[in-house]
Design a protein around this ligand. Structure first.
Ligand SMILES: Nc1nc2c(ncn2[C@@H]2O[C@H](COP(=O)(O)OP(=O)(O)OP(=O)(O)O)[C@@H](O)[C@H]2O)c(=O)[nH]1
Ligand SMILES: [Mg+2]
Length: 316
């Protein structure tokens, strides 16, 4: 039995250390990453995948903690993936998150994973998708993904999930302006968190108005849900909305459409990587020097050189 199979077998029995090891392999594309994907891919597609995005301090981690507890009460196994923000302003907050989530990490039905941001958003989005896929295949019923901000980077990471929750807080008028551009593109659910604070009604009204102005991309109208991650208000509403969105996405074909887009992108990237790797290997074997000489000696033009390299055979 290969090492990967042993790891998978142990991870499936709930061993945390083996689950963590498997995730590192796919996240960092270590040798064996392809094996892990090959052995798990067929079992993906069962978990409820929910992403949380929004400005720093909106309460994403607190809300994810509250939801984790609520899903646990239904008997679901929950995985949390925290995508570390690159911004130095929020570096400390993540440390705080780990402390806040600690009570849940003692529960065997909860797995918490932090992902390192390796700076390249496309790479991070793919790594997040692979990590989420392995957790799904390992039998976690719910995977909650936290990212920071509402930029292109987070939009891409958010695509690793099926339902995207965009958080805002009462009185965050500027935030609302800032999220306006990306709002229709990514948000499946709009969450006004910290609804225990004054101004929640106005914020709900502003968001609803903004939604009414926009042209909906699909037949789904993102609901505006008010929550207080602190006192638990709205957590059940949010879970119900996630469930409704999931059902709609399955029914309308939206889930499949997103999956087609994600897989087209993934296959394209893998193809590109493999072609480049094979080419590099061929060049490493010394083929390049010979071809360069032939170009310099006018036996071959530069386009012809590329043709030759791609065909992998010499042409006089
Ligand atoms: N009053 C109130 N405070 C909240 C609520 N949710 C979170 N907070 C507080 O808001 C602060 C930030 O919460 P976090 O959960 O760390 O926010 P975050 O969005 O994860 O922050 P980053 O990960 O740094 O972007 C903490 O002090 C929380 O206790 C809420 O519903 N009501
Ligand atoms: Mg956080």
């Amino acid at each position: 039995m290969s090492d990967i199979n042993k790891l998978l077998e142990r991870a499936r029995t709930g061993r945390i250390a083996d689950t963590a090891r498997l995730l590192s392999i796919v996240e960092n594309e270590e040798p064996g990453a392809a094996d892990v994907v090959r052995q798990t891919y067929a079992q993906t597609g069962r978990a409820t995948l929910v992403g949380f995005t929004g400005p720093p301090g909106a309460g994403k981690s607190t809300l994810v903690s509250a939801l984790t507890a609520a899903y646990r009460q239904t008997g679901a196994r929950v995985a949390v993936v925290a995508v570390d923000p690159s911004s130095p302003y929020t570096g400390g907050a993540i440390l705080g998150d780990r402390i806040r989530m600690r009570d849940q990490s003692l529960d065997a039905g909860v797995f918490i994973r932090s992902m390192a941001n390796r700076g390249q958003s496309g790479g991070l989005a793919r790594a997040t998708r692979r990590v989420v896929g392995v957790l799904d295949a390992l039998g976690f019923d719910v995977v909650l993904v936290e990212t920071v901000g509402v930029g292109q980077h987070e939009i891409e990471v958010a695509r690793a999930v099926d339902t995207v929750c965009l958080l805002t807080i009462p009185g965050a008028g500027d935030d609302i302006q800032a999220i306006k551009a990306g709002i229709m593109e990514i948000a499946d659910l709009l969450v006004v968190n910290k609804a225990d604070r004054p101004g929640a009604d106005e914020t709900v009204k502003d968001l609803t108005q903004m939604l009414n102005l926009g042209t909906p991309r699909t037949s789904w109208r993102p609901p505006v849900i008010r929550t207080s991650a602190k006192d638990g208000t709205g957590i059940q509403d949010l879970m119900a909305a996630v469930q409704r969105h999931r059902a709609w996405a399955a029914e309308s074909g939206e889930a499949r459409r997103r999956n087609v887009e994600a897989m087209r992108n993934e296959i394209h990237m893998l193809l590109q990587e493999r072609v480049l790797r094979e080419l590099r290997e061929r060049l490493d074997k010394g083929g390049l020097d010979d071809i360069v000489s032939r170009v310099v000696d006018k036996h071959l033009d530069p386009y012809g050189a590329v043709d030759t390299l791609l065909e992998g055979r010499g042409r006089g």
